[in-house]
Design a binder for this molecule. Sequence first.
Ligand SMILES: NC(=O)C1=CN([C@@H]2O[C@H](COP(=O)(O)OP(=O)(O)OC[C@H]3O[C@@H](n4cnc5c(N)ncnc54)[C@H](O)[C@@H]3O)[C@@H](O)[C@H]2O)[C@H](O)CC1
Ligand SMILES: [K+]
Length: 472
Amino acid sequence: MAAVDLNAEALGVPRKQLMESSGNAVARACRDLADPGASVAVVAGRGNNGGDALVAARFLKAYDVTVHLLGRPETISTDIARENWDALVAAEADRRTVTDSAGFDLGDPDLVVDAMLGTGVTGALREPEATAARAINDSSATVLAVDVPSGVDADTGDAAGLAVDADRVVTFHDDKPGLGDLDCEVVVSDIGIPEAAELFTGPGDLLALDRDAQSHKGDHGDVLVVGGGPYTGAPALAAQSALRAGADLARVACPEAVAREVQGYSENLIVRGFSGDRLALQHVPDLLDFAADRDAVVFGPGLGDADESLAAVREFLAAYGGTAVVDADALQVVPEVDTEATLICTPHQGELRKMGGETDADWETRRDLVREFAADLGHTLLVKGAYDVVSDGDAVRVNRTGNPGMTVGGTGDVLAGAAGALAAVLPPLDAAAVAAYGNGRAGDLAAEAFGGGLVATDLLERLPAALRGDEA
Ligand SMILES: NC(=O)C1=CN([C@@H]2O[C@H](COP(=O)(O)OP(=O)(O)OC[C@H]3O[C@@H](n4cnc5c(N)ncnc54)[C@H](O)[C@@H]3O)[C@@H](O)[C@H]2O)[C@H](O)CC1
Ligand SMILES: [K+]
């Protein structure tokens, strides 16, 4: 929900506007449950759940409304909730602030609006919320809960002890998984979050990358790039991109003939050569061993399309059970391989057709075609284009970052490496979506500096800022 909110904000629909819609929906539910003139007690907590009800109070002119704020106004935790409190103060609305549980008096209302806690609840209800919850449960009033009954975990439906016993819940945007088992009526209200906030990647998607302060070396991925042979820059770009996208370790397995050159690009890479000047079947057993201890493998950058190299990719994937990003020439073997591995395939439109997939000039048609083809393959697809389409055969995401300057060579290797690093820490669909978003943003930042003259290494430098969400 937090991710969708941020994406909505980036699309020009800020949280305060959503709160106005939520409050409006709460007021509608009140009108449904009580006749004009009825007494309504709005019990508001200090977060945005409370804020929703403070808005609702403004919409209930035909009712006898008393607002109980649990806590001093200075302790309201968000600006948008505080602004709505200030609006009630300015309007001299009937209101009380409850600074300790002894000071809470619900009165004898016809209807209670429970807006103490929503999705922000942590642990058992503290005071004065606990006292207020008991008073609400003891009263004979009809109880309308905002978003979720206070004290109930919206994801699981569990309560850590006491929770409000509601007659009806008005929840927002989408059903919450935890509400299904509650013994009360649940109404889902649309609050104007654009569908695009869920379809298109946005800054909210970056929330998935938040790191645990307690993390250790290796927690963020040990990534192996298998490639090189005819090209040496591609595997080096992919591996460096994995590091820039947050991986702790990036290794390259490449032919001995090019290993020195690959190492020469960066001292941050761990390079391991195998005999000869290109990948072949004889290398597969060692590669499988080496890959088994890694979190993700990126297959393809600079590998070339020699028959023996493609045969090796086929044999590797057939025996591999981990997570792999498959790019470039390696893509063509994917449709014919029966593998246990979790694959993220990163074709451009031409490579997609070579894999047997269809494409279309219209992005909405393409979205549907990519979803179907991903379902057929049983793998995640990231189909590159002006609009990148990502699908695991079920969900679809579309990425709009990036610019025409990125048609330069090497940007695909940067994307594949980033996808490898992210696949080490996120589910495949999210890894692909965030990689596409970050790579495109890095390209946009690079275009600011270099326009159509940007090169792939410019993206490497800007990938950390792009994945942090810095403004272009
Ligand atoms: N897009 C949306 O989903 C929208 C949701 N809205 C509403 O916002 C709430 C979530 O708001 P948030 O501020 O994140 O959290 P809460 O208001 O639920 O609670 C935070 C508040 O509560 C305190 N607290 C936490 N746990 C406890 C406890 N066990 N006992 C006492 N107090 C507790 C904490 O310290 C904070 O002060 C969502 O449910 C919707 O109702 C938006 O308005 C519209 C968009
Ligand atoms: K609530």
